[in-house]
Every structure is written in C-alpha cells, then in structure tokens.
Design a protein. Structure first.
Length: 136
C-alpha cells in the first residue's frame, strides 16, 4: 500500500473496528479522548483510513500489552508523533548538510582553480651565499 493510500479514509466505523479488533463504541470513546480523529463524509459518517486502523492497533497494544491507561497512551502517542517529526527534521537537515558540503567543495575547487590562473612564474634568480668573515 502506498503512503498516500494509508491516509485515505475508506472504512466506516464497523469495518475499522473489525480490522482493529475493537468494539465500535471503543473507537467512539477514543475519538472523544482525542486519540483518533477520523475524517467525516458529507453526511457526517466517520471514515477511517488504514493509518487510523494502525493507530487503533497501537492504542490497543499500549493498553492491553503494556497496561497503560488512556492518559498514558495519549502521552506515548504524543511522544511518538514528536519523535517522528524530529526524525523527519533530522533527515531534512542531513540532506541539506550534504548539499551544502557538495557546494562548498565545488566552490573551494573553483577558487583553487582561479589561484592557478593568477600565479605568475617568478624569474629564476641565482642564490648567493654570503659567508661571515672571521674577526681576528
């Protein structure tokens, strides 16, 4: 499934609940708590995406397997979202750093090439060594 397809709202509440192995009333409760935000159709019907279903499964995992209450789940989900945004920002900064490094190398090479054009060979000169005279 493509990334864009994950966010496409396709499932009514009964299907989403079945996919997440939850009761539809549980989905409504999670929505009231702000843990999930399904889209709405023109007729105000809740529509869930595959990303929503995955989030519902994550909530179920946190409550049943880890024993977190909904306040704990809310905090974990906030931190996971923050971590994801931070990781995305780090990737963007790394890409920008690579791009800037390449540009800096190109600019340094351009400058070095310009130095070579500006250098003028000096005429050859004879080196004369002057020895010190000894005093009596």
């Amino acid at each position: 499934m493509a990334v864009g397809d994950r966010d496409r709202a396709l499932f009514m509440i009964s299907i989403a609940a079945e996919l997440a192995e939850l009761h539809p009333q549980t989905l409504r409760m999670y929505e009231r708590r702000g843990l999930i935000r399904p889209q709405r159709s023109n007729k105000r019907t809740r529509l869930y995406s595959m990303a929503d279903v995955e989030r519902l499964r994550r909530i179920q995992e946190l409550t049943s397997e880890l024993g977190l209450n909904l306040a704990g789940v809310e905090r974990v989900l906030e931190l996971e979202d923050q971590l994801e945004r931070t990781q995305l920002k780090v990737r963007e900064l790394e890409e920008a750093l690579v791009e800037l490094s390449l540009r800096a190398e190109e600019e340094a090479e351009r400058i070095h090439r310009s130095y070579r054009r500006e250098l003028v060979p000096a005429p050859r000169m004879e080196v004369v060594h002057i020895s010190r005279r000894r005093r009596p």
